[in-house]
Design a protein around this ligand. Structure first.
Ligand code: FMN
Length: 372
């Protein structure tokens, strides 16, 4: 029986276990989007802590695609060069470095959460002194004001769409140069690609709006561009919101997610990472243990692709049960990895019965800690 400590094989990649650090924004760059010491220590310590996959936060494929001026970016060769020592360190620790490639769409140009998270207009500067910018949206008329405020928005025209696809392709090439082994396309949480997917935020009447095929066109084109430059021996993931949690209106739901997952698999996607929501303030969502797992399970049952489950996983036994019961192929852990950077080592200690095997998972520098 496959369990949490079993490696996951995807193409030529094999992970040491099925635990991944879920992408988590740190908003800790200068406005140049280059990684700082914070990123090196934050990602590095989770690799030391035994995660099989260490994924970066949402990393912007272009400056306009940042949520805040302080997001991590991968829009130049300088970014790739600056990220390389981090991927090298993750690999040295036995982890697989992964990058989440993102464009924030209409949710861009905001202050950091701890500075209020409200939009910064193009002619304003936020509390850190960084300027805002005009954000991109499939249909500006579709947006509710964000906490009574609204960023300056521009409708994505054909050349903007081509620019986004090109930015994803170039970002994937740079990610490869930086040493990442998994590229994850962020198509969840109300950011640009999800905005195109959902009829709530996509009111377009061109080839990118209306039917399922049209609304999914951009994500399929982005994935095809990434797959084109990402080597055949390395996996591509896509994170989706399994549902908008807006049952009272025509919206993105689990049936469409299953259908999309199959289309993505046909394009060479190896794993669909199933999150949810984030599109609209009216969403009706409840958290708690495993709160999104039923969505992952439905995608796993309905589509021919490996699936990652995320949300409310805090205990090794709980994560192990998701794999043993074939509810998911990979477990992504977010907030628990902030509480405990050594969650991966904790899982090995709790689940592995052979003390020598446990010790082997620990960094040599820390191995004495496995003895009393
Ligand atoms: C501080 C923080 C930052 C996050 N940033 C991202 C992000 O950059 N990309 C993303 O897809 N999800 C992001 N998320 C969502 C997490 O990846 C994860 O899906 C969510 O927290 C649920 O998992 P958990 O219950 O294990 O925390 C973030 C969550 C937190 C807590």
């Amino acid at each position: 029986m496959t369990d949490l400590l079993a490696g996951l094989s995807l193409r030529d990649l094999e992970t040491r276990n099925r635990i991944a650090v879920s992408p988590m924004c740190q908003y800790s760059c200068d406005p140049d989007g280059l990684p700082t010491e914070w990123h090196r220590v934050h990602l590095g310590s989770r690799a030391v802590g035994g995660a099989g996959i260490v994924m970066t936060e949402a990393t912007a494929v272009s400056p306009e695609g940042r949520i805040t001026p302080h997001d991590l970016g991968i829009w130049s060769d300088d970014h790739a060069e600056a990220l390389e020592p981090i991927t090298e360190f993750i690999r040295e620790q036995g982890g697989v470095p992964a990058i989440q490639l993102a464009h924030a769409g209409h949710k861009a140009s905001k202050e950091r959460p701890w500075e209020g998270h409200v939009p910064i207009q193009p002619d304003e500067t936020g509390p850190s002194g960084a300027a805002g910018w005009e954000v991109l949206s499939p249909s500006p008329d579709a947006y509710p004001p964000f906490d009574g405020d609204r960023p300056a928005m521009r409708k994505a025209e054909q050349d903007d769409i081509e620019g986004v696809i090109d930015a994803y392709r170039a970002a994937a090439e740079r990610s490869l140069a930086a040493g990442f082994e998994i590229a994850e396309v962020h198509a969840a949480h109300g950011y640009l690609l999800h905005e195109f997917l959902s009829p709530v935020t996509n009111h377009r009447e061109d080839d990118y709006g209306g039917s399922f095929e049209n609304r999914t066109r951009l994500v399929r084109e982005v994935v095809a561009a990434v797959r084109e430059v990402w080597p055949d021996d390395k996996p591509v993931f896509v994170r989706i919101s399994g549902t908008d949690w807006l049952d009272d209106r025509e919206s993105w739901d689990i049936e469409q997610s299953v259908r999309l997952a199959d289309d993505l698999a046909d394009l060479g996607v190896d794993l669909v990472d199933v999150s949810s929501g984030g599109l609209h303030p009216d969403q009706s969502i409840s958290g708690g243990p495993n709160f999104q797992v039923p969505l992952a399970e439905q995608v796993r049952e309905g589509a021919d692709v490996a699936v990652g489950a995320v949300g409310g996983v805090t205990e090794p036994e709980q994560a192990d049960a998701l794999i043993r019961n074939e509810r998911a192929d990979l477990v992504l852990v977010g907030r628990e990895f902030l509480r405990d950077p050594y969650f991966g080592l904790r899982a090995t200690g709790d689940l592995e019965r052979d003390p020598d095997a446990v010790a082997k998972e620990w960094p040599v520098q820390y191995r004495r800690a496995t003895q009393r």
